[in-house]
Design a protein around this ligand. Structure first.
Ligand code: HEC
Length: 114
């Protein structure tokens, strides 16, 4: 009986830990959460979304697959005001998480349906 209880504990611990390892990385995950909160009002932030709510705003996959799109370019885009795009109060840390997430969509762009 004790053994059963113990293996239940081990099993449930494994179930809690596993999803974290399956994801693309902690920063990217945080970036998705932030993007959902702050950017999804206008941008399609997930690869499944084919069109942005605000049709003038590029989808994140489109941003990620833009030739020459780098972390630096995204940092500039997010620290300078753009027409139609409000300035955000993201910490440098949060900004980097969102950028990591956008760049992680490069692969998503080439494998639709991920
Ligand atoms: C209120 C609507 C709105 C929100 C919220 C918004 N955007 Fe945008 N964003 C736009 C629009 C509209 C454009 C296209 C601007 C243009 O073409 O001048 C744009 C363009 C961009 C670009 C491209 C800039 C460039 O230089 O081409 C990036 C990168 C971007 N957004 C990232 C983000 C991120 C990351 C967030 C969340 C932190 C976000 N946006 C939130 C409306 C929004």
């Amino acid at each position: 009986m004790k053994l059963v209880a113990l293996s239940m504990v081990v099993l449930s611990a494994a179930m809690i830990v596993r999803p974290l390892h399956a994801e693309e990385g902690e920063s990217g995950q945080r970036g998705l959460a932030l993007a959902r909160q702050v950017c999804s009002e206008c941008h399609a932030v997930q690869p499944q979304q084919l069109q942005s709510p605000n049709t003038r705003a590029p989808t994140f996959v489109a941003l990620a697959t833009t030739p020459g799109m780098t972390s630096t370019a995204l940092t500039v885009a997010l620290t300078t005001p753009h027409a139609g795009m409000p300035m955000f109060r993201l910490s440098a840390d949060q900004r980097q998480a969102v950028i990591d997430y956008i760049l992680s969509l490069k692969q998503a762009g080439s494998t639709p349906g991920k």
